[in-house]
Write a protein that binds this ligand. Structure first.
Ligand code: PMM
Length: 283
């Protein structure tokens, strides 16, 4: 299936501690219900994650991650919802693919688990390679760049080179600059401003700003306190429309209904290009 708007990836975190939806969908039925709602609201893909990557988050083990995501992926696959599995672990990616997911969303771009490239190469599925420098617990220490746009680009190209060496086909690769992952607010703005640099690399680009801390900081109240997570939606919509205009392949968001509305306006106004939606052929 091709769509004439950026692919909308709806976020479904089956975690107790993700920054926006943590704790809401820890039981399988509620998670599956929400995933179906996201799809009906216009999500082309639903991204199922079982480990929080919020700054400072502690890791969970692979068994816990698998136990969280697999039943939800199975339930959503039965309902015909195209899915990605959001994980840095090869074992979890494999379990997610076997349960019905058709895309690997790896926030470490293959760095966290050397086995991920082999899983992606063997599955032949789309693999989202996000820019990453280390696990969430200590990533804020790694937010040091002389030229953030050039360094993120070059580090992503190293991830691509490793993936290709492992036998991954270039057509499987989707890039993501990794907003908020070892990035300060200034770094996120610079990457947003220069999204064309990433689009120009020739791979589809995913933009994932939804409700992130830098938007809360931008919209801080007079006392300097960041805008609460639930009140960052209008700012998120602005980022999605700007990313669409800059040529992003997709946006990863919490509020799919609002995003679909905003992108409908962009589509009616602009000059849309077709994007293919992985996994949608199953429907
Ligand atoms: N951010 C989060 C989780 N997964 N995946 C990609 N590809 N890009 C991201 O920026 C990204 C991600 C953390 O945010 P969440 O708690 O809203 O899922």
């Amino acid at each position: 299936m091709n769509v004439d708007h950026p692919v909308v990836m709806g976020i479904l975190n089956v975690t107790p501690d993700s920054f926006s939806d943590g704790g809401k969908y820890t039981d399988v039925e509620a998670a599956v219900r929400h995933g179906i709602e996201l799809h009906r609201a216009g999500a082309d893909i639903v991204d199922v994650g079982g480990e929080s990557t919020r700054p400072g988050a502690e890791r969970v083990d692979a068994e816990t991650e698998i136990a969280r995501v697999v039943p939800v992926i199975r339930g959503l696959t039965r309902a015909g919802v195209p899915l990605s599995v959001d994980t840095t672990r090869a074992a979890v990616a494999l379990a997610g693919l076997e349960a019905g997911a058709s895309v690997i969303n790896d926030v470490s771009g293959g760095l966290a688990d050397q086995g991920m490239a082999r899983v992606a190469a063997e599955a032949g599925c789309p693999w989202i390679l996000m820019h990453w420098r280390g696990h969430s617990r200590h990533m804020s220490r790694l937010a040091v760049y002389a030229d953030v746009v050039a360094e993120v680009r070059d580090e992503l190209l190293e991830r691509v080179a490793d993936a290709l060496t492992a036998g991954v086909d270039p057509g499987q690769i989707i890039l993501d600059p990794g907003l908020g992952f070892a990035k300060t607010a200034e770094h996120n703005w610079a990457l947003s401003r220069h999204l064309d640099v990433f689009v120009g690399l020739g791979y589809p680009v995913l933009f994932a700003a939804s409700r992130k801390t830098y938007l809360g900081r931008l919209l801080a109240g007079p006392d300097g306190s960041p805008r609460p997570v639930e009140d960052r939606e209008a700012a998120t919509l602005a980022t999605s429309v700007l990313a669409a205009a800059a040529g992003a392949w997709g946006v990863r968001v919490h509020d799919v209904t609002a995003t679909a509305d905003a992108l409908a306006v962009w589509r009616a106004t602009g000059s849309p290009r077709l994007r293919s939606v992985p996994g949608s052929e199953k429907e």
